[in-house]
Design a protein around this ligand. Structure first.
Ligand SMILES: CC(C)(COP(=O)(O)OP(=O)(O)OC[C@H]1O[C@@H](n2cnc3c(N)ncnc32)[C@H](O)[C@@H]1OP(=O)(O)O)[C@@H](O)C(=O)NCCC(=O)NCCS
Length: 213
């Protein structure tokens, strides 16, 4: 069962291994397949944008593969300037409308454009992709990683987005995206109105970030 595991794989949960590496153009087909399986049609990234992302900043295009070389997670980030709790940005502005063309040499941070993990991925896949995000930031001498988390649980909450966020922060509610990012040690900043076209989150994002030591 473990014959395909080599030294670049890491044991992350019961008998399950994972390897994090940067994507290359031959990975495109499996990246598109995973995206189409996980994201709804109106939110998924196009093949063209994936290709552009690969050409713009392949170092920040991370893949998680299981021990049988199945693609079980993807993560993409670009260099962007960040000021904590300032807001005033959207997913479109930071991601270049999903293309990665917003990538800015000399910026102080790495903006997380997209995180996708298959439900059958080994437990710990998201954490390992985020560790990879930290490593890319470190290697490039950047001060921050940051992004906007979806808050899909907001659609079922009766109250304001501020009240919802407070419930997530004090852990009286669990959001299927933001609470998982918190469990992976991302810090939480401000609410970002009109962040992303996302009915479940009422188009809000929540700033998540970390400071690179
Ligand atoms: C959002 C998404 C990336 C999260 O990935 P995931 O594989 O479901 O996340 P995990 O199950 O690894 O959870 C992350 C952490 O939260 C913890 N966690 C999960 N469910 C939990 C719960 N109910 N209570 C407490 N902690 C929980 C996990 O234990 C894990 O921490 P660990 O590494 O210390 O074990 C994934 O669900 C996804 O791709 N969703 C669709 C696309 C999407 O919305 N992407 C986000 C864009 S902003």
């Amino acid at each position: 069962m473990l014959t395909k595991v080599n030294s670049s794989h890491k044991l992350i949960s019961d008998n399950r291994y994972i390897k994090i590496r940067s994507a290359t153009p031959p990975d495109l087909e499996s990246i598109v397949n995973l995206e189409n399986e996980i994201w709804s049609e109106d939110q998924r990234c196009s093949r063209e944008n994936f290709m552009t992302r690969l050409l713009i900043f392949s170092e920040g295009f991370l893949l998680a593969e299981d021990q049988d070389s199945n693609l079980v997670g993807t993560f993409f980030c670009v260099k962007r300037n960040f000021t904590l709790n300032k807001g005033g940005y959207s997913w479109d502005s930071e991601s270049g409308f999903g293309s990665g063309l917003s990538h800015t040499q000399g910026a102080n941070g790495l903006f997380g454009v997209s995180a996708t993990v298959h439900p059958n991925a080994p437990k710990g896949t998201l954490r390992n992709l985020f560790d990879g995000w930290h490593e890319v930031a470190n290697r490039n001498g950047l001060k921050y990683i940051f992004g906007g988390s979806r808050i899909p649980g907001l659609i079922n909450f009766e109250g304001t987005p501020d009240a919802y966020l407070q419930n997530i922060l004090d852990k009286s509610l669990f959001d299927p995206v933001l609470s998982k990012y918190m469990a992976c040690n991302l810090k939480v900043g401000i609410l970002l109105p009109n962040y992303f076209d996302d009915m479940e989150s009422h188009n809000y994002g929540v700033e998540v970030y970390d400071v690179i030591d």
